[in-house]
Design a protein around this ligand. Structure first.
Ligand code: GAP
Length: 448
C-alpha cells in the first residue's frame, strides 16, 4: 500500500518553505547531507523537546546526559563496532557504483547490469585522526550511536544521581555512519541525530520492560498526531538481530517508499556493560543495598532517529485539498511541533494598520513563536502559513482600529472567530492547549 504523498512533494515543500535544503547547495550539494532552514530548525527542535519532555522531564526514573562524539578507540573495540558494525559491499566492475550486497537482487549491477565484485565487509564507522599526526595510534572514530557514551558513564551517573534501578539515561545527539546506500531524503543519511534511552533493569525483569518501552515509544508518535494506521510493529528475526541484541522490535512507518523502520527498541541484555567491564578493567555492576544483591544490569534501549521522525511527522501531516475551487496544501502538524504557533497578519501594509499589528505581535511573541508578515495579499500569506503548519493566524483589519478586536483563523477547520486584543494571548494559549475552536467556549474562557 503506497503512502498518500510522494517524497518529491515533501522535498519540494521543504525547499520552498525553508524546512530543509541540500547541504552546500551552491557547490552542487553533498550526497545525503541536508541543512535545516528556519522552519526545519524549529520543527526539529520541537521534536527533540517533545521526546526529552516525555522521556526525561515527565519521569523520575530517567536522567539526561550529553557525551562527546569522539571517544577512546577502546570503546568501539569493546562494543563490537570495530568487528561487527559492517555491511557487505559489492562494486560494479563497469560503472563502479557500490551497493549493499544484501539489498540487491541477483548478481548484476542494478544501474548498468555490469558484473559485480565478490562481497567484502565494509565498516560503517567514520575514521579520523586526533591531533596533528596521521598515524594508526591517533585514529579515532565518529560515534555511530550515542549509546556507548551512556554505557561508559553508567557508574558516574548512578553514583551522582543517587537513583535506584530501574534507571534510564537518555541522550540526544549526532551520530555518523558511512552508509553504502544513503537516500530517500533525510531517511538515511551519513550524519544524523539519535534520541536514545538506555534503561537499566534487573535481569529477569527485562522482557517486561521491553514490552513497556515498545508501547511507550509507539504511543509517543500517536500522541504527537501520527495516524495509528500508518504505524506498525515488527519483531526482528533471530538472523537480523544486531550483535548486541537478545530481542528487538522495530516501529515502522508507512513512508512514501513503503513501510520502513522509524525506531528500534532492543533488549541489549548485559552485553555492553560486561564488555566495557572486561576491556576497561573497571567493575560495572549495580549494588542493591536494600536487597543485599549485586548484579550487572540488563538494558532496554529505545533508539529513534530525530531526522527520520521529522520526515514521518511531515509526511503524516501533509495534505492537499480543494477549498472554494482552489488547491490548498496544508501541514496538519501537532500544535507542539508546529514551527510557528501564531502568525500576525495585518490585512495590508497600511500605515494605519501597522501600529496595532505591531502591538499585537509584541503581545504574543514573548509567549509563542510568532511570525509577522505584511507582504503580498492576505490569501497568499494564509497559503504560506498553511504550508508551514501554523495553527493560528491573527488578522488585523480596519474594523480592528475601531473595536480593538482581531480575527483568529484556525488552520485545520478554517473557522474564524473575532476576539478582543486585550487578553488575546490567553485565548491563543488555551487554543494551543487544545481547547475547542468555537465562539461559545471562547467567551466562557475569557470570563474566567
Ligand atoms: N543504538 C542502537 C541503534 O543505533 P539503529 O536501529 O541502528 O539502532 C536507531 O538506529 C534509529 O536511528 C533508527 O530506527 C533510525 O530512526 C535512526 N537511524 C539509524 N541510521 C540512520 C541513518 N543512516 N540516517 C538516519 N537515521 C538513522
Amino acid at each position: 500500500m503506497p503512502a498518500k504523498v510522494d517524497m518529491d512533494k515533501i522535498v519540494s515543500l521543504c525547499k520552498r518553505r525553508g524546512f530543509i535544503f541540500p547541504s552546500s547547495e551552491i557547490y552542487g550539494g553533498l550526497a545525503s547531507c541536508w541543512d535545516y532552514g528556519p522552519m526545519g530548525v524549529e520543527l526539529k527542535r520541537n521534536v527533540k523537546d517533545a521526546w526529552w519532555k516525555a522521556v526525561v522531564h515527565e519521569r523520575d526514573d530517567v536522567v539526561g546526559l550529553d557525551t562527546s562524539i569522539m571517544m577512546h578507540p577502546g570503546v568501539w573495540a569493546a562494543s563490537g563496532h570495530i568487528d561487527n558494525f559492517t555491511d557487505p559491499l559489492v562494486e560494479c566492475k563497469s560503472c563502479h557504483l557500490r551497493w549493499r550486497a544484501d539489498a540487491i537482487e541477483g548478481k548484476r549491477c542494478p544501474q548498468c547490469s555490469g558484473e559485480l565484485t565478490e562481497p567484502r565487509m565494509f565498516n560503517l564507522m567514520f575514521k579520523t585522526f586526533m591531533g596533528p599526526v596521521e598515524e594508526k595510534a591517533s585514529i579515532v572514530y565518529l560515534r555511530p550511536e550515542t549509546a556507548q557514551g551512556i554505557f561508559v558513564n553508567f557508574e558516574n551517573v548512578v553514583t551522582t544521581s543517587r537513583k535506584k534501578l530501574p534507571l534510564g539515561i537518555a541522550q540526544i545527539g549526532k551520530s555518523f555512519r558511512n552508509e553504502i546506500t544513503p537516500g530517500n531524503f533525510i531517511f538515511r543519511t551519513r550524519e544524523f541525530e539519535h534520541m536514545e534511552l538506555e534503561y537499566f533493569v534487573k535481569p529477569g525483569t527485562d522482557e517486561k520492560w521491553l514490552d513497556y518501552w515498545v508501547k511507550e515509544s509507539f504511543d509517543w508518535y500517536v500522541k504527537l498526531g501520527i495516524k495509528k494506521e500508518n504505524l506498525r510493529l515488527r519483531q526482528h528475526g533471530k538472523d537480523e538481530l544486531a550483535h548486541y541484541a537478545r530481542d528487538c522490535y522495530d516501529i515502522e512507518y508507512l513512508f512514501p517508499m513503503g513501510w520502513s523502520e522509524l525506531e528500534g527498541i532492543a533488549n541489549r541484555g548485559d552485553f555492553d556493560l560486561t564488555q566495557h567491564a572486561k576491556c576497561s578493567g573497571k567493575e560495572l555492576s549495580y549494588r542493591d543495598a536494600e536487597a543485599g544483591e549485586k548484579y550487572v544490569p540488563y538494558v532496554i534501549e529505545p533508539s529513534a532517529g530525530v531526522d527520520r521522525s521529522v520526515l514521518a511527522f511531515l509526511v503524516d501531516a501533509y495534505e492537499e485539498e480543494e477549498v472554494e475551487g482552489e488547491k490548498r496544501t496544508v501541514l496538519h502538524l501537532h500544535h507542539s511541533l508546529a514551527p510557528i504557533k501564531v502568525a500576525v497578519l495585518p490585512l495590508s501594509r497600511n500605515e494605519k494598520l501597522t501600529p496595532l499589528a505591531k502591538e499585537v505581535f509584541k503581545r504574543l511573541c514573548p509567549r509563542f513563536v510568532t511570525d509577522y508578515d505584511d507582504s503580498q495579499s492576505i490569501g497568499r500569506r494564509y497559503r504560506r502559513q498553511d504550508e508551514i503548519g501554523t495553527p493560528f493566524c491573527v488578522t488585523i483589519d480596519f474594523e480592528s482600529l475601531e473595536d480593538k478586536q482581531v480575527t483568529i483563523r484556525e488552520r485545520d477547520s478554517l473557522a474564524q472567530i473575532r476576539v478582543p486584543v486585550e487578553g488575546l494571548e490567553k485565548v491563543i494559549e488555551a487554543k494551543l492547549r487544545g481547547e475547542a475552536f468555537d465562539a461559545s467556549t471562547l467567551w466562557a474562557t475569557r470570563q474566567k
